[in-house]
Write a protein that binds this ligand. Structure first.
Ligand SMILES: C[S@@+](CC[C@H](N)C(=O)[O-])C[C@H]1O[C@@H](n2cnc3c(N)ncnc32)[C@H](O)[C@@H]1O
Length: 169
């Protein structure tokens, strides 16, 4: 009984806390611009979906990247997409809960999760990221952490969006 309970609890914890909704390419471009990406950057996308953000960072800027997602199907897709884009040597994708990800080597972290998950990630981001690192979040704040930049705009699909940027000091 106890084992059963533990197994169902573990399964519930591993469920995605943010659904898969891909960031449109024009919004990906803006996120990378807002991060002021350079080839020396290491980009972590927490909840990477089909991998498009780290793949774009590798293709356009030559940056190294790591994407983690709790859904193995997304990670399979991301790996296939990286191969097709010719950047598999620059990017790594892992099945992982973002709340367990070690982000200490990241110089840029991108997020398109939900506000509650962002808030739970905050202590990890604040303690592990080094000065000079940037966090860019699509549409969702990180608790009451005051962003350095708020960028509202309308994307190509006609939707109102907001990008938030935090600079680690
Ligand atoms: C809104 S999608 C964003 C995908 C991609 N970052 C993008 O912007 O196109 C959110 C992704 O986060 C993943 N996710 C949800 N909760 C997660 C968690 N705790 N750890 C890792 N990934 C998670 C989902 O499986 C989904 O693929």
């Amino acid at each position: 009984m106890r084992t059963l309970l533990a197994a169902s609890l573990a399964a519930a914890i591993a469920l995605p806390q943010a659904p898969f909704v891909a960031t449109p390419q024009d919004v990906v471009d803006r996120m990378l611009e807002l991060a002021v990406l350079r080839s020396s950057d290491v980009v972590y996308d927490l909840g990477c979906g089909d991998g498009r953000i780290v793949i774009a960072a590798a293709q356009r800027y030559g940056a190294r990247g790591v994407g983690v997602d709790i859904d193995p199907q997304r990670i399979d897709e991301a790996r296939r997409n990286a191969k097709a884009a010719g950047v598999a040597h620059l990017v790594t994708f892992r099945v992982e809960d973002a709340l367990q990800t070690d982000v200490s080597e990241a110089t840029v972290v991108t997020l398109y999760l939900v506000a509650s998950l962002n808030a739970r990630l905050r202590p990890r981001l604040m303690s592990q990221l080094r000065p000079g690192a940037r966090i860019v979040s699509h549409n969702f704040p990180i608790g009451d952490w005051e962003p350095d930049t708020v960028h509202p705009f309308t994307s190509v699909d006609g939707q109102s969006r907001t990008l938030f940027r935090w600079n680690i000091r």
